[in-house]
Ligand binder design. Structure first.
Ligand code: GDP
Length: 367
């Protein structure tokens, strides 16, 4: 499955967040470097459309779709040069598909801040700089290789050099690879992809605020500063109180509504974190709805019907004939498949159909 790595300086609340997200329990102690091995958790993507669909079909079970979160510890200033846990965690970051940077926006004199101040924008910059420096190494090595090979007049190597030289400058100025403008050449994306740069991955931010701030975010100057920063680069920012989320995660489901209401929340803050992860991974959800189960499935934005069918079963893709597609709201409002068919709201789609987020699908296939 696709995965989101939780990254940030020590003691900002990564493990607390991760523990609340997953059933796996990592250690959360008031000390840097307590989570040494990366922890992986599979997280259900909250989706109210599932419940709505089940209200029509009353299935035996509801199966949400999921993504993975990985708690990645060990990033400190100087990490790219081997400080702290050194390079080990960098390989963990390389393996994830997207990154959530957690930044501390709460004051608490009992909890050590590694740099002795609460400064989320500075913390984000420290983390980004370390990742940029690591990428700079990678890009410089690639440029060296290209320079040697370019003597042999290999077109791809010439292109690599054309990319790597300005990209190195870009990274050296502290800008992530994802904001670098590639030359207009279809092979450029391949050159970039092959370098597996850390800062080429999509990113969003979690602002870990104190509980009081949840009701008045604009009165928390740390949050306001981080939000401004996120907006300036067009990034998503999600406020949560990790400590509160940890408590919510421990509650029995029936006790949650009252607890949430007291905290001024409509739903656990984690839901927004999971949805933001899903969103930056450029995923879409489609549904199957039958007596046996109502189920959410994941494919990538832009996927065509056979590819989506292949998510359910490889035979569905190989033997794909057609897809019967109903918009989820029609399914719910009209009362299920046969009613939608009668109302002309069931479309028969072929191989070229581009999936929409919210389609309820029945695939027809040859075995
Ligand atoms: P990590 O090093 O980033 O994984 O940070 P941890 O999740 O281990 O948290 C470090 C310390 O901060 C722990 O003692 C947590 O209980 C505490 N902490 C985490 N989130 C919050 C929060 O929202 N508010 C407060 N006051 N403390 C928190």
């Amino acid at each position: 499955g696709l995965s989101v790595g939780i990254v940030g300086l020590p003691n900002v609340g990564k493990s607390t967040l991760f523990n609340s997200l997953s059933t796996a329990k990592a250690e959360a102690k008031n000390f840097p470097f307590c989570t040494i091995e990366p922890n992986v958790g599979v997280v259900a993507v909250p989706d109210p459309r599932l419940t709505a669909l089940d209200g029509i079909v009353h299935a035996d079970r509801i199966v949400p779709t999921s993504i993975q979160f990985v708690d990645i510890a060990g990033l400190v200033r100087g990490a790219s040069k081997g400080e702290g846990l050194g390079n080990q965690f960098l390989s963990h970051i390389r393996e994830v598909d997207a990154i959530v940077q957690v930044a501390r926006c709460f004051e608490d004199s009992n909890i050590i801040h590694v740099e002795n101040r609460v400064d989320p924008v500075g913390d984000i910059a420290t983390v980004t700089t370390e990742l940029c420096l690591k990428d700079l190494d990678t890009v410089e090595r690639r440029a060296d290789r290209a320079r040697k090979a370019a003597k042999g007049n290999v077109p791809l190597e010439k292109l690599a050099l054309e990319i790597c030289e300005p990209l190195a400058k870009h990274l050296d100025s502290g800008f992530p690879a994802r904001t670098f403008k590639l030359p207009d050449n279809p092979d450029a994306a391949i050159v970039l992809r092959d370098m597996q740069l850390l800062t080429a991955k999509p990113v969003f931010y979690v602002a870990n605020v104190d509980e009081a701030s949840l009701k008045a975010l604009d009165s928390n100057p740390h949050y306001v500063a981080l939000k401004k920063h996120a907006e300036s680069e067009g990034s998503v920012i999600v406020p949560v109180c990790a400590a509160l989320e940890a408590q919510i995660a421990e509650l029995e489901p029936e006790d949650r509504p009252e607890f949430l209401a007291e905290a001024g929340l409509k739903e656990p803050g984690l839901y927004a974190v999971v949805r933001a992860g899903y969103e930056i991974l450029k995923l879409l959800t489609f549904f199957t709805a039958g007596k046996m189960e109502v189920r959410a499935w994941t494919t990538t934005i832009g996927a065509r019907a056979p590819q989506a069918a292949g998510v359910i079963h490889t035979d569905f893709e190989k033997g794909f004939i057609k897809a019967e597609v109903i918009w989820w709201e029609d399914f719910v409002n009209l009362g299920g498949e046969s009613k939608c068919r009668d109302a002309g709201k069931l479309a028969i789609e072929g191989k070229e159909y581009v999936m929409r987020d919210g389609d309820v699908v029945h695939f027809r296939f040859n075995v």
